[in-house]
Design a protein around this ligand. Structure first.
Ligand code: TRP
Length: 426
């Protein structure tokens, strides 16, 4: 139970609530259906594969593969650190947006300030810097204070609350435009939009959302004693997907509605931050509901950023000096992530020359479209072809799905991933 909660806390985050709805809106039903297919044939099997490596070795990033007889593969850790740092570089910016919206709706509720529109806010350099700084500082603070356990306890109660809130919002938002309007947008397959790019986006997002391809699930599972990985993997996947789908029913109706009324809506990164306030503007206590929603989302983002940070910092620590003081590596990593995220925060409109570099989008694309899928491909090859089968069987348990899983991880996953990656370079 503790493991499932921790892993779900890491998996459920901004990818589900902030990113998936706008990707689903922009790319349409074909993307969503391919995403669900990718979860089944690539995501779930790999989630179990990554957990197997961690659980069977009982070791972290730079030791797990060596422990299982392939020391050269320990260098996989470098890829994980690179992906992790790049994710933190843009993830913390969005986390900062959640902080800012929670805080400024509280102030608006008290009548001391007004919440700026999304575009004005992302164009304001000082507000960007302050928000991002706060989010990175709290992430590092939680890691340094070693209070992750406490956070997990909190998450136990807060995340179900976020889930309930999303469900209620989804019901209300969907009733405004009609259920079938949303499902048409979300699930209509259109062969014209089926191309390599859509598939790559769907796979990449499946990795991002399940925290795959970066060694995070490996590290989690290495702390695992006798838990059942197959069951844990399934739960994490189901919870993660459910949250993402429900979030679509909040964001998409509102985007459609605002457009119908002739309003301007940022369909991309800003969709969530426009949709939820628009929905809640109907209510007298809207400010406080907004505050509550963005506060809970901030917590969901924090559990993800903290676990990302820990993967990266502890990886660096075990590589460079396992005997040394781990705090040193937290500081080094913290400083690096802080600088990177602050620069990225200015790239969404606040600073002209930084915005031209498009850092935010480039970090996101580099990780989700290339690095995570590459990490996943490597894990599939390792688990399917190099890891001794006797060890796998020992940890997989006696299950009827074993041969199916084995076939998928050996053939389907590597082949699909290889093809998808290859075509993206052509
Ligand atoms: N899955 C997380 C989210 O949905 C983001 C994430 C990607 C992550 N990779 C990770 C979190 C690794 C923790 C560890 O927001």
């Amino acid at each position: 139970m503790g493991f499932i909660l921790a892993a779900a806390g890491s998996a459920v985050g901004l990818a589900n609530v902030w990113k998936f709805p706008y990707m689903a809106y922009e790319n349409g039903g074909t993307f969503v259906l391919i995403y669900l297919l990718c979860l089944l044939v690539i995501g779930f099997p790999l989630l179990i594969g990554e957990m197997l490596v961690g659980k069977a070795s009982g070791k972290g990033l730079f030791e797990a593969f060596g422990e299982l007889g392939k020391p050269l593969w320990n260098n996989f850790g470098y890829l994980c650190i690179l992906s992790g740092v790049l994710i933190l570089g843009f993830y913390c910016v969005v986390g900062g947006w959640c902080f800012f919206y929670a805080g400024s709706y509280a102030m608006q509720g008290m009548g001391v300030a007004e919440v700026p529109g999304f575009g004005d806010y992302t164009g304001n350099g000082w507000q960007q810097i302050l928000s991002t700084f706060a989010f990175v500082a709290v992430t590092i603070g939680v890691v340094m204070a070693g209070v992750m356990r406490g956070i997990e306890q909190m998450v136990r109660y807060l995340m179900p609350l976020l889930g309930i809130l999303l469900l209620v919002f989804a019901g209300y938002a969907t009733s405004k435009v009609g259920f079938s309007v949303v499902t048409d947008q979300l699930f209509t397959y259109n062969p014209d939009t089926l191309n390599g790019e859509t598939v790559l986006k769907a796979v990449g997002h499946a990795f991002f959302s399940l925290s795959l391809g970066i060694g995070a699930m490996l590290v989690f599972a290495s702390y695992l004693k006798e838990d059942n990985i197959v069951k844990a993997g399934l739960w994490v996947g189901v919870i993660d997907t459910a949250v993402a789908l429900v979030a679509c029913f909040v964001v998409i109706p509102m985007v459609l509605l605002i457009q119908k009324q002739g309003g301007q809506v940022d369909e991309g990164a800003g969709a969530l931050f426009v949709a939820v306030p628009a929905l809640l503007s109907d209510f007298a206590g809207g400010n406080w509901l907004n505050m509550l929603f963005f506060f809970l989302l901030s917590c969901a983002a924090l559990t993800s950023s903290v676990s990302l940070f820990e993967v990266v910092a502890s990886g660096l620590h075990s590589r460079l000096s396992p005997e040394g003081d781990p705090r040193k590596y937290n500081w080094i990593m913290g400083a690096f992530v802080m600088v990177l995220a602050l620069i990225t925060s200015l790239s969404v409109g606040a600073n002209e020359s930084i915005s031209k570099l498009n850092l935010f989008t480039h970090f996101d694309d580099a990780v989700t479209l290339y690095l995570l899928p590459l990490g996943g491909l490597l894990i599939a090859i390792f688990v399917g072809w190099l890891m001794p089968e006797s060890i796998i069987k020992q940890h997989f348990g006696k299950r009827a799905i074993y041969p199916v899983w084995r076939g998928i991880i050996r053939y389907v996953t590597p082949l699909a991933m290889g093809l998808i990656l290859l075509q993206s370079f052509l």
